[in-house]
Design a protein around this ligand. Structure first.
Ligand code: GLU
Length: 375
């Protein structure tokens, strides 16, 4: 059941010291007269509203009982200086236990939150870090609003020394409340760094600085004085996305298979037989398969399964020209070509989710390939 609670609502969100400063300025203005050239005290701005949706993960995984959404949102003392918070418990589980159906349900919920509340500044989603790069990317593609979704978690749990959940939730709320976050889509904020959901990956099983965006780097950082942005995503996402989850009830099965020396065709054909409409092959370099994989790929494409090659290297791009091309143009070859796609610079995990959304809307190969170029 979804529940909505408000926490930490502060009438005047500014720290006492700053309120004192304004009082002094008011007295000074009254005494001196606030004429031209004099600094007038700014009218009190209403503090931005941020909604925190908790799904579980290490940030809530306290020994003896998980933290609720309201408890996660109030981890950081003084957080109400930056935003008025409301909270909602979507689930309270490890991220790997979230289902694809829950991905869809969460995307629908976040779209509804933005649709029904034009004054909401931003949404924070608290979750486990293990599959964060997947859910964040899914939300980047499906929450069709210019306002940001900030995904946050922690590497240490609330019962461990050095639990960094309070610092992370504070940073996430500050990013969600920042007017400059408009248009960036879904971002991952941990360790005071802001990463685009498009490129971010968990790169270390334990370290706090685990989230990295490869060669692309951070979108910005959360410093004590302000949120600093250094770049913005230019690919389609969020408000410019074509993926309308209101029209999608379920997502087709797409599997990922890794290329390794001597990899067999039968795992590829088994995925197709198990019902996969698409298969992502995490290939070596810019497109190389191994063993009998290529024969498996040929067979499943002839059965109408879309096969996407995505590089397993962690960075770089596979271009359409690198994919299998032959001179003949008979119907069978055309069909095979239509089912042969490349992931461009998307990692295999990201390519899978994009293909799932793509296959929920079209079965045209050239349209699916366009999506890999545009998002
Ligand atoms: N690290 C786990 C995850 O990614 C969290 C473990 C838990 O919440 O039980 O969700």
């Amino acid at each position: 059941m979804l529940s909505t609670r408000r926490v930490g609502i502060s009438r005047d969100p500014r720290p006492t010291a700053r309120r004192g400063g304004v009082f002094v300025a008011l007295v000074a203005a009254a005494v001196l007269g606030a004429g031209p050239g004099r600094v007038r005290p700014a009218a009190a701005q209403p503090s931005p509203r941020v909604h925190v949706v908790a799904t579980g993960g290490t940030i809530s995984n306290r020994e003896g009982g998980r933290l609720s959404a309201a408890e996660v949102a109030s981890l950081a003392p003084g957080i109400e200086r930056y935003a008025q918070l409301s909270t909602e418990q979507f689930s309270n589980t490890a991220s790997g236990a979230l289902t694809v159906a829950q991905y869809l349900a969460l995307a629908k919920r976040l779209n509804a939150l933005y649709r029904d509340d034009p004054g909401l500044a931003g949404i924070v989603v608290a979750m486990g870090t293990d599959t964060m790069e997947e859910l964040a990317w899914f939300l980047h593609l499906t929450v069709r609003d210019p306002r940001p979704v900030v995904v946050v978690g922690s590497m240490r749990n609330p019962s461990q020394v050095g639990f960094e959940g309070p610092a992370n939730i504070l940073a996430a709320v500050r990013v969600a409340a920042d007017p400059a976050a408009r248009g960036v889509g879904t971002v991952v904020v941990l360790n005071d760094e802001i990463h685009s959901a498009r490129e971010v990956a968990k790169t270390d099983a334990r370290r706090l600085q685990t989230f990295r965006a490869g060669e692309y780097g951070v979108l910005g950082v959360v410093d004590p004085d302000r949120v600093v942005w250094v770049r913005r995503p230019i690919q389609r996402h969020s408000a410019t996305s074509e993926f309308d989850v209101e029209r999608i009830d379920s997502l087709p099965r797409v599997d990922i298979l890794l290329t390794y020396q001597g990899a067999p065709a039968d795992l590829i054909t088994a995925a197709a037989s198990a019902g996969a409409s698409g298969i992502v092959v995490a290939v070596a370099g810019a497109g190389a398969m191994s063993g009998t994989q290529a024969a498996g790929v040929r067979e499943v494409r002839d059965r109408g399964v879309f096969v996407v090659t995505a590089t397993r290297t962690g960075s770089g791009r596979i271009s359409a020209g690198t994919a299998d091309r032959t001179a003949t143009t008979d119907a069978a070859t055309e069909r095979r070509r239509a089912h042969t796609l490349v992931a461009e610079d998307h990692a295999p995990l990201k390519a899978r989710l994009l293909l799932m959304l793509g296959l929920a809307t079209t079965r045209e190969g050239h349209e699916l390939q366009r999506m890999f170029r545009e998002y």
